[in-house]
Write a protein that binds this ligand. Structure first.
Ligand code: FES
Length: 84
């Protein structure tokens, strides 16, 4: 997502299927972990294939962000229990 002049602009990752980065992130949040699963759930990557690397990158990035968030949450919970 790009902010330009305070306006959110959707990044289209797959032009063939008109799938934005936001939609791709939602599909990954719902459980897609591979290009094939993304294709099955939203159609991204089913056309010319030019977006395949971008989709794989987005999936890896989303999963890494989710993993960091869960580690931070666990650390916060541990710290909260330690101070209670
Ligand atoms: S741009 Fe995604 S399949 Fe063509």
């Amino acid at each position: 997502m790009i902010l330009k002049f305070g306006i959110q602009i959707a990044m289209i990752v797959c032009v063939c299927a008109n799938v934005s980065e936001r939609k791709l992130r939602a599909v990954v949040a719902e459980g897609a972990t591979t290009l094939r699963e993304v294709r099955q759930q939203c159609g991204a990557g089913a056309g010319c294939g030019a977006c395949h690397d971008a989709i794989r990158h987005c999936v890896r990035q989303c999963r890494a962000e989710a993993q960091i968030a869960s580690v931070e949450l666990a650390a916060a919970a541990t710290q909260s229990l330690a101070t209670a």
